[in-house]
Design a protein around this ligand. Structure first.
Ligand SMILES: Cc1cc2nc3c(=O)[nH]c(=O)nc-3n(C[C@H](O)[C@H](O)[C@H](O)COP(=O)(O)O)c2cc1C
Length: 316
């Protein structure tokens, strides 16, 4: 997830059991520029393997050359092609989900990149279609298979939906039965029982979890445990959650090399973490103003103290 799945967050998810990671997406042109930003997008540690670099773009030659350069530069385990991004800035240049309504270009991009990086696998991320009147994920998936794509992730929404409405798991199921390669289902998965249900109802080979991990990265651990034992483990208790949040903040400060911009950049992440916390509305208000580690520490201490006192009051 752009702006979310940086190296720090990916590694936290990995600690909590995520099996396969992907970088934030980068354009082919971004790769050619090789500036600090690109370097950051492509930066990962060995511990993150297997990891893919996600590329977007609509020019087959550029995409092939960019993929070759990425492999030479950082040696990822696979290249992932983004055919799902709904953002205007990307779509207006014919990138991301725009290619769902331009199958010849989508096909040529996939073909060129697969050829350029063979034998390294190339995967693709798609949406179910451009809009409700042009749901074409099965057709797109068949084209991608023909071009040698190794696995496909289907986000069950159209471009038109953005992130609203519900993911259409019927279309995901259709894709999973239509193609002979692994299909990974994505969209609105919020916990272990839901993942189990989708796996039972469809022939997907795996699932991708996005937004739910932003507030609960332990979702991977809980899900894997549920799938293997049938038991749902408790989420971490409040103090473990705060430990994770504080560690995330410390790692961000270390990576930025400057405390205030790092903590300010963490505000949205802190808001996400506070989802489901007691008194989360109050927490969100406080998070809007944090700019140092000690601000976050003070909020954590006070929040834990209040939670402890309320629990003690209930117990007596
Ligand atoms: C902030 C944000 C950034 C995203 N960036 C990307 C991206 O760079 N590449 C991508 O394939 N999907 C991206 N997505 C889409 C997610 O990967 C996922 O398909 C979508 O959120 C639906 O899954 P979920 O309901 O589990 O979140 C992004 C989503 C969000 C919310």
């Amino acid at each position: 997830m752009a702006g979310v799945s940086d190296k720090i967050f990916r590694q936290l998810c990995k600690e909590y059991g995520a099996d396969v990671l992907t970088t934030e997406f980068v354009s082919a042109e971004g790769i050619f520029r090789r500036n600090e930003r690109t370097r950051e997008y492509l930066d990962f540690d060995e511990i993150e393997r297997p990891i893919g670099v996600q590329l977007f773009g609509a020019d087959a030659k550029h995409m092939a050359e960019a993929a070759r350069q990425v492999i030479e530069w950082v040696q990822p385990d696979f290249i992932d092609l983004n055919f799902g991004c709904p953002v205007n800035k990307v779509v207006s240049k014919n990138g991301g989900s725009a290619l769902l309504k331009d199958c010849p270009t989508l096909s040529s991009v996939a073909e060129a990149v697969v050829r350029a990086v063979a034998p390294l696998p190339v995967t693709a991320k798609i949406r179910v279609g451009w809009d409700a009147n042009s749901i074409n994920a099965v057709r797109v998936a068949r084209i991608l298979v023909e071009q040698g794509i190794a696995a496909i992730t289907v986000h069950g929404r159209t471009r038109e939906q953005g992130y609203s409405g519900a993911a259409d798991w019927n279309v995901i199921a259709q894709v999973a039965t239509a193609v002979p390669i692994p299909v990974i289902g994505n969209g609105d998965l919020s916990g272990p029982t839901e993942v189990a249900k989708r796996r039972q109802e469809t022939r997907i080979a795996g699932v991708m979890i996005g937004r739910a991990a932003m507030s609960a990265p332990w979702i991977f651990r809980q899900t894997k445990q549920y799938l293997s034992t049938g038991n749902i483990s408790e989420p971490p208790d409040l103090s473990e959650k705060w430990e994770l949040i504080l560690r995330h903040c410390q790692l961000a400060v270390r990576r930025w090399g400057a405390e205030e911009p790092a903590i300010r950049s963490m505000r949205a992440r802190l808001m996400a973490y506070s989802k489901g916390f007691p008194a989360s509305k109050l927490l969100r208000e406080k998070f809007q103003h944090v700019s140092t580690l000690s601000d976050v520490n003070a909020i954590a201490r006070q929040h834990l103290q209040t939670a402890f006192e309320s629990a003690a009051a209930v117990a007596t």
